[in-house]
Design a binder for this molecule. Structure first.
Ligand code: ATP
Ligand code: MG
Length: 349
């Protein structure tokens, strides 16, 4: 075997592709701090485009394989991440969040807020900087789901968001009196949403997850006009009735030129862990069929699980409190998919 050199090692690593980005790790500048310890041992850092990278294990195995071919027996990898920002946001607004993810649905009650809260917590648990903006002016229930009831009192020019499960949180519920009917008119929605984006001290965020009210109304339009949306996630239940509504939402985002990150099927088939019995309360496979029909990615199906609802009501998101439940596993995988798609979008531009 030839003596190990940096050139030789990088040459070998050029054969490892980032599976989502379809380029090799060296070209993508993902290999840093390479150290040759001796003729058989190397160490380096791999800088991923998201801490929620779904394919770390595969990348690691591929690195080990190509390095073994040039005689490296010991490989030490340190994982780091730098989430690429959505350049349109940085160009347009003086804000510290780098990507925005709108969670939307055509129909109410399909689990948007549940998906938004769990997605945010999942991304934060993976090590990303995450904010959650509850922009549902009609029924802001993210604080309940995250177990927070008010903003912290911090003096300053900007509003300090609440913090729960590592996620910075701001909600319409914090600023409207719950006993008053909310008669918001277009301009009021507009200024409230703008303020939430620019007057809240979000800190450095990789992802700002935004929970929207159902439908294709003012809030959606205002939001899309106030801040570039990196992408939208459409939540649907498996039945066809809900699909028709989700379709409407999807068309709206297309019109607003917001990329669709994919479709999440919520309240999908649930398998009872004790009996093994499968229950498809709202049918099966509708989310996947819709994604196929519309040629957008299918991000996964979250089972209808009583623990999801109980966790939501108790302010204990399932991904934080019951990570081994099928619903939590599905939500974690969806979070990784979403993060990966955002990296691809930002690096393609
Ligand atoms: N996968 C699931 N399994 C069991 N219950 C769920 C699931 N997803 C959501 N729920 C429950 O269904 C109800 C509606 O969910 P959620 O509030 O998230 O929907 P939404 O789409 O945000 O509704 P709205 O349109 O009112 O904003 C909640 O009680 C929630 O806990
Ligand atoms: Mg909701």
């Amino acid at each position: 075997m030839a003596k190990l050199t940096e050139e030789l090692i990088l040459g070998a690593l050029r054969n490892v592709r980032e599976p989502e980005l379809h380029k090799d790790l060296v070209t993508l500048n993902m290999i840093r701090d390479l150290k040759i310890k001796n003729d058989e041992a190397v160490a380096f850092a791999v800088v991923l485009t998201t801490p929620a990278c779904p394919l770390t294990a595969q990348i690691e195995q591929n690195c080990r394989d190509v390095l073994a071919q040039i005689g490296v027996k010991q490989v030490e990898i340190e994982w780091r991440s730098e989430v690429p920002p959505d350049q349109r946001i940085l160009d347009q607004l003086p804000v510290t969040f780098h990507n925005t993810i709108a969670i939307s649905s055509g129909k109410g009650g399909v689990g948007k807020s549940t998906v938004a809260a769990n997605l945010a917590v999942a991304l934060a648990q993976l090590g990303a900087g995450v904010g959650l903006l509850d922009a549902d002016i009609y029924g802001p229930n993210i604080p309940l789901m995250m177990g927070v009831d008010k903003l912290p009192k911090v003096p300053g020019d900007k509003i300090t968001p609440a913090l729960a499960y590592g996620v910075r949180l701001m909600s319409m519920a914090f600023v409207v009196d719950p006993d008053q009917p909310i008669i918001w008119r277009g301009p009021m929605i507009h200024s409230a949403i703008r303020q939430f984006l620019t007057d809240v001290d979000w800190g450095q965020l990789d992802y700002l997850v935004i929970d929207l009210p159902p439908g294709t109304g003012d809030a959606q339009l205002t939001l899309a006009q106030s801040v570039p949306l990196t992408g939208a996630v459409i939540v649907t239940t498996p039945q066809e009735v809900a699909l028709a509504d989700a379709l409407k939402g999807l068309r709206m985002f297309e019109k607003l030129e917001v990329p669709i990150l994919g479709i999440v099927e919520n309240m999908g088939p649930y398998t009872d862990p004790k009996t093994g019995q499968k229950i498809s309360f709202f049918g099966e496979g509708g989310g996947k069929r819709m994604a196929d029909r519309l040629k957008v990615p299918f991000l996964g199906s979250v089972p209808l699980d009583p623990n999801v609802r109980e966790g939501g009501d108790a302010g204990r998101p399932i991904v934080a409190h019951q990570a081994d439940a099928a619903a939590a596993i599905a939500l974690n995988q969806i979070a990784r998919q979403v993060a990966a798609r955002i990296s691809v979008l930002n690096l393609e531009e």
